[in-house]
Design a protein around this ligand. Structure first.
Ligand code: SAM
Length: 234
């Protein structure tokens, strides 16, 4: 069992459990006092912790020994236009599993959803990190307009702009270097002509094709993450 906790971790440190974590550990997973679980917090790596108090509404764990150092994912963000709920959940889950530091839902001209449940998406990122053995949970940002995000963009962070109007193989990443990056995926309706023009004109964007077929946005996110990790990941 692995749990994310928003608490400092160190040998001997005791960690109070929140009600839902206690319910999961003791009610669902039936773990008794004296059992061990793995904890991580995106800062201190992973620790083996002993259940030192088990109650119905809470409990306490005590960190015994570090089992993994912190493994930061590459400095990669995923910007994507939210789509239907289940598909958006899927994108967040896969981005957390594949290694990103930040997940940023963006509102583009043709984005249908105007709201997202940021807390729900963050919970999905946590679950994915717990499940895949990672020691870092990417932060899920709130929904912001793409034009505003681009207006304040750090020019040192390069953007892999997935443009469905390009055809052919994804070659644009061959001559670039690692460092700060973001992947940008559009909504079901694609990018508008004006957005595409602006994105192509920015000095920090690299327009790429993900192949000759138009992929659904959730497939495109996984394909783009895989291509980026192959060329620039560690
Ligand atoms: N509505 C658009 C159309 O029919 O042409 C398709 C949009 S696609 C479902 C959603 C997003 O996935 C696109 O905006 C793009 O970012 C990405 N995408 C899908 N297929 C792609 C491809 N072959 N190359 C680059 N990006 C792609």
């Amino acid at each position: 069992i692995r749990l994310y906790v928003d608490h400092p971790l160190a040998e001997g440190q005791s960690i109070p459990l929140e009600r839902d974590q206690a319910h999961y550990l003791f009610g669902v997973m039936r773990q008794p006092e004296g059992a061990y679980v793995a904890l991580f917090n995106s800062r201190d790596g992973e620790y083996v912790a002993e259940i030192t108090q088990a109650g119905k509404r809470g409990g306490e764990l005590t960190c015994r020994i570090q089992s993994k150092p912190l493994q930061l994912p590459p400095d990669l963000w995923l910007l994507f236009a939210p789509i239907k709920k289940a598909r958006t959940d899927f994108i967040v889950e896969k981005a957390a599993e594949m290694g990103t530091q930040r997940i940023v839902p963006v509102q583009t001209e043709f984005t249908n959803s105007e709201r997202i449940r940021q807390d729900r998406l963050q919970a999905h990122a946590i679950e994915a990190a717990e499940q895949c053995g990672g020691t870092y949970v990417p932060e899920v940002a709130g929904l912001h307009r793409l034009d505003r995000i681009l207006a304040d963009w750090d020019p040192e962070r390069q953007i892999m702009f997935c443009d469905e109007t390009l055809v052919g193989a994804a070659q644009a990443l061959q001559a670039v270097e690692s460092g700060k990056w973001a992947i940008l995926i559009g909504p079901e309706g694609g990018f508008s002509e004006a957005e595409r023009k602006r994105l192509h004109a920015l000095p920090f964007t690299h327009a790429v094709s993900l192949g000759p077929r138009i992929l659904r946005a959730d497939t495109a996110a996984v394909a783009a993450l895989t291509i980026w990790q192959t060329h620039l990941g560690d």
